[in-house]
Design a protein around this ligand. Structure first.
Ligand code: ATP
Length: 222
């Protein structure tokens, strides 16, 4: 998937369940924007992630992502996966995006926890051929890579600047301000009785407008 002439910018893609979106997601997207030649990052909530159980309704998760993005022009809510519905596979999303952007470099952004499991994703080798992958170290998470994935990393590892010379196929690393937050921890805290400590911890993990939305829609109560 080569390009006749190098593109000026790439498009960043950050998929997830965003159940709920938290500052780890925003930090990941913003650090990627600072270090990679990205025009913007699309935050793509999954309809039904294939590796997770029941999750909060898609309309709530999407609305929370929109509230977290606020007026940042470089972050964009992408509804492709929710609109497609059903179980979400990243390869289907990439194929859809490729129709609209046949030669544009696409950069799939992910934390190291998710990257370490990439070889369990549907058509994972095809994913790496279709888009570049940019991986950031996730705080408290240094998983070792399965051998087959490690071999692919060795063959495809590249410099950040090289993502503009091809539409996909390179694996790059970038650094992220460590942000020790997970949606699991946010969901664990939300049903607990109100206290100053709970509010302080939640405010440090979730953007204010998202917390207000969670409160007013009574999400994550049990
Ligand atoms: P859960 O706790 O429910 O598994 P999560 O917090 O891992 O959720 P996801 O929506 O599953 O959030 O993650 C989407 C993407 O964001 C993944 O690539 C994941 O690695 C990355 N990510 C999430 N939180 C962080 C974080 N604190 N630091 C770095 N990357 C993160």
């Amino acid at each position: 998937m080569g390009l006749e002439s190098p593109a000026a910018t790439a498009i960043g893609l950050l998929g997830g369940s965003f159940d709920p979106v938290h500052i780890g997601h925003l930090q990941l997207a913003r650090d990627a924007l600072k270090q990679l030649p990205l025009e913007h990052v699309r935050l793509i909530p999954a309809a039904q992630p294939w590796q997770k159980g029941p999750i909060t309704a898609a309309e709530h998760r999407a609305k929370m992502v929109q509230l977290a993005i606020g007026a940042d022009p470089q972050l964009v809510l992408d509804m492709h996966e929710i609109a497609r519905g059903g179980i979400t596979y990243t390869i289907d999303t990439l194929r859809e995006l490729r129709v609209a952007e046949p030669a544009r470099p696409l950069v799939l952004i992910m934390g190291s926890d998710q990257f370490a499991r990439l070889d369990s994703w549907r058509d994972w080798q095809k994913i790496i051929e279709t888009a570049h992958i940019a991986v950031a170290q996730r705080a408290g998470c240094s998983p070792s890579l399965p051998p087959e994935l490690r071999a692919v990393v060795e063959a495809r590892q590249g410099q950040i600047a090289s993502v503009l010379s091809r539409a996909g196929g390179t694996i790059v690393e970038f650094t992220m301000t460590p942000t020790d937050v997970s949606a699991t921890e946010v969901r664990r805290l939300l049903p607990q009785p109100r206290s100053t400590e709970r509010s302080q911890r939640l405010s440090a993990m979730v953007p204010g407008p998202v917390l207000d939305y969670i409160d007013s829609h009574q999400l994550y109560r049990d």
